[in-house]
Design a protein around this ligand. Sequence first.
Ligand code: ADP
Length: 396
Amino acid sequence: MKILILNSGSSSIKYQLINMPSKEVVCKGMVERIGSNEAILQYKTDKVSIEETLEIKSHRQGLQHIVALLVDSKKGIVDNANEIQVIGHRVVHGGTTFSAPTMVTPFVKDKIKELFALAPLHNPHNWEGLDLAEEIFPQAKQVAVFDTAFHQTLPLKAKKYAIPNHLFEEHKIQVYGFHGISHQYVSEKSIEHLKKSKSKIICIHLGNGCSMTAVLDGVSVDHSLGFTPANGLIMGSRSGDIDHSIIFYLVETLGYDLKDVNRMLLKDSGMIGLTGFNDLRDVQAAAENGDMASNLALEMNAYRIKKYIGAYASAMNGLDAIVFTAGIGENSSELRKRVCSEMDFLGIRLDNLENEKREVGIHEIHTGDSLVKILVVPTNEELEIAKQAFQLVSAL
Ligand code: ADP
């Protein structure tokens, strides 16, 4: 069964065509900078690799370019679009409605629309991808896989904020949690690797957005992002945890506009606010060249992660493994080293040589005497979506 995975963002569409159940990736790529006349179209199969800069005005045009390549007589990998039987969509916010992958119906689309206010940067684009795919692949089954679904298992004590109850009951103001597709994939891989179904794992997803999940016996029991993907760790451009009084001080005393404060906390804070760089590679290079602000930002970033490790080890009353994943988690030995330093009271001991090595697949980077395993596990959100969509469609 050929499953096309679509991940529609604000100005990009990432895609993969995966054969299931063999998990073979037949083709993958992305369209970036949609809306500009210098958009980038990437398309890769085992025979061709294309990267073109061209004008792509809309998501619709972007998806049309992808389809044209998929069915192209020379570069393509299917004879016609009808060969694609299932489209798996990443949808960021599923609210309290969706706790599992779901076949897309008009009702499901309406529900995803209702959640625009909770994920304004993501859900509208996810919805548009879904709507377009229905039009372009009318014969295919459309499946929505939600980033919030894995965290539906959070116990009330972790899910609720200590604000008046009616806000939870009537307005569903609570922790939803995000990056669930990645946390689910990575925690399942780790449990398989540890050969321990009863396990206490902390998954640390460090990409452009960053989050941590306490996974007890395979189930999410606490998570660092909250009502929206803003809470918790220091991210590329998001502040993570702050005292909310700062917002009132900025508006009421310093005269800031509330919209500007929101923008500042989401777009101009985190690593970019501290250093001027969004990309951790640039922060690391600057720190190596003696930039004190960049060094401090790395230290702050690692310190926040350490605090969450302590919190989640307590929440689970123990710890078998911490797992690093996503762009930074998989690649930055520097940040991993800072996170794992002086954590031996918890039984976390990093093997510094192993930490510097690059391995394909799951990589153990703890010392022989470490009580807690330290793993680097490459995430694969597309494969997780394909797996979940395949299971759902096969069960119909
Ligand atoms: P997204 O959340 O968009 O999926 P990724 O998981 O791809 O993001 O992570 C992107 C981030 O990973 C980049 O912004 C960059 O900071 C970081 N990154 C990628 N490669 C490296 C590397 N070799 N060293 C340090 N950081 C890296």
